[in-house]
Design a protein around this ligand. Structure first.
Ligand SMILES: *Cc1c(COP(=O)(O)O)cnc(C)c1O
Length: 404
């Protein structure tokens, strides 16, 4: 047997493209909502791999699906179809507004497919000049050139131009701003029902409803990016179900595979009808391994027990955060939906979210930020209440250290 060379955190700075600045420790093992690093130090996981490990680490149903499929069939490409992809597609259709599914491997790819489909649909059904995409400041849709361009954070797209054209950005939750730019050349409005990266900000009911009406009046498609808010994160299978506003195209990724890379774009028969073999594609999308794991994840998440438990867990998080805030006065607001929780820092701690992240790690807690002003909690949807208490005890130590 050949020994693997020991690798440490210092290797990162030599061998990985410097686009991340990961924590100083290296996680090597996870179970449920606990993670261990190379030194055996244990962490409570409130980050969930950025809203991905929705059933915690190494959930038995997902491990079983992966093992079983791993010993059966890994990959055939889209020159052939496969049973796990067909089963998963049918389950997504049964659970949502959609009639058709396209599988890909990441959120950005699902969005890339969504934006291309919106443009193609408008071009085929209406006019090649009907290409305008309306999107929102602080929106995040991924890192391909099209998706960073639709995203509303120029720091992610500047310097990578020329950018795709005919994309306009207006303030989130501002219906008048949308009214001012929408016209009959608009092909789509792209929106996250809860802005995740942009600060954990839910859309208002009136806003999403207004967007639906504006799309209908202008023959434009409504695209919901539920890459982060979907698959139970919000307390319902998809966030649009809270609002009762149905999109024409929806994307899901992150929690879809519970940690196995897989994403999906789902849409109606009408919108799907403009596509034909060869118009779009991917080598890995709908891979049997990915779809088998995602099917297992969907089977667990889309049950009344798991979905009902999300609101209870949210309440436990908010109560603990309010108790900490009553002592230390570090937050100005808690927001979000379900187990996507944003805690906005009070003015005194402005732009210091990163310090809270680092301090939390010192006390054995994995946390996230959303920008520089908001701490983000995106734990497992089935996190034990004991893990919430223990994680919050550690979080309080981190807060205490910073407040001094
Ligand atoms: C994470 C995220 C993406 C990008 O997903 P990747 O898998 O990183 O490509 C897109 N949209 C939203 C809302 C996200 O949170």
């Amino acid at each position: 047997m050949t020994e693997k060379a020991a690798v440490g955190r210092d290797a990162f700075d030599r061998v990985i493209l410097p686009v991340y600045s990961p924590a100083k420790f290296i996680p090597v093992k996870g179970k449920g909502s606990r993670v261990w690093d190379q030194q055996g130090t244990e962490y409570v996981d409130f980050a969930g791999g950025i809203a991905v490990t929705a059933l915690g680490h190494c959930h038995p149903a997902l491990v079983e699906a992966l093992h079983k499929q791993g010993e059966t069939l890994w990959h055939v490409s889209n020159v052939f179809t496969n049973e796990p992809a067909l089963r998963l597609a049918q389950k997504l259709i049964d659970a949502t507004f959609a009639d058709r599914v396209f599988f890909a491997n990441s959120g950005a790819e699902a969005n890339e497919a969504a934006f291309k489909l919106a443009r193609y649909y408008s071009s085929a059904k209406h006019s090649p000049y009907k290409s305008k995409i309306i999107a929102f400041h602080n929106g995040f849709h991924g890192r391909t050139l099209f998706t960073v361009s639709v995203g509303g954070q120029p720091k992610y797209s500047d310097g990578f131009g020329p950018k795709p054209a005919d994309i306009v950005h207006v303030p989130f939750n501002d219906l008048d701003a949308v009214k001012a730019v929408i016209d009959d050349h608009t092909c789509a409005i792209v929106v996250e029902p809860i802005q995740g990266e942009g600060g954990v900000t839910p859309a208002t009911q009136a806003f999403l409803q207004g967007l639906r009406e504006l799309c209908d009046a202008n023959k434009a498609l409504l695209v919901f990016d539920e890459v982060q808010s979907g698959m139970g994160r919000s307390g319902k299978l998809f966030s649009y179900m809270h609002y009762g506003v149905t999109p024409d195209i929806l994307t899901t990724a992150k929690a879809l595979g519970g940690g196995f890379p897989v994403s999906a774009m789902i849409t109606t028969e009408e919108v799907a009808s403009v596509m034909a073999p060869g118009k779009h594609g991917t080598t890995y999308g709908g891979n049997p391994l990915a779809c088998a794991v995602a099917e297992a994840a969907l089977d667990v998440i889309n049950t009344p027990e798991v979905l009902a438990g999300i609101e209870e867990r949210r309440n436990a998080f908010i109560q603990a955060l309010e108790a900490i805030n009553a002592k230390y006065h570090v937050f100005s607001e808690f927001r979000g939906q379900g187990l996507l929780i944003g805690a906005e820092l009070a003015d005194k701690y402005k732009n210091r979210a990163g310090e809270f992240l680092t301090a939390s790690a010192e006390f054995g807690l994995m946390m996230l930020v959303a920008g520089t002003n908001v701490l983000r909690f995106a734990p497992s949807l089935v996190i034990d209440f004991a893990d919430i208490s223990e994680g919050m005890a550690r979080f309080e130590k981190a807060v205490k250290k910073i407040v001094g």
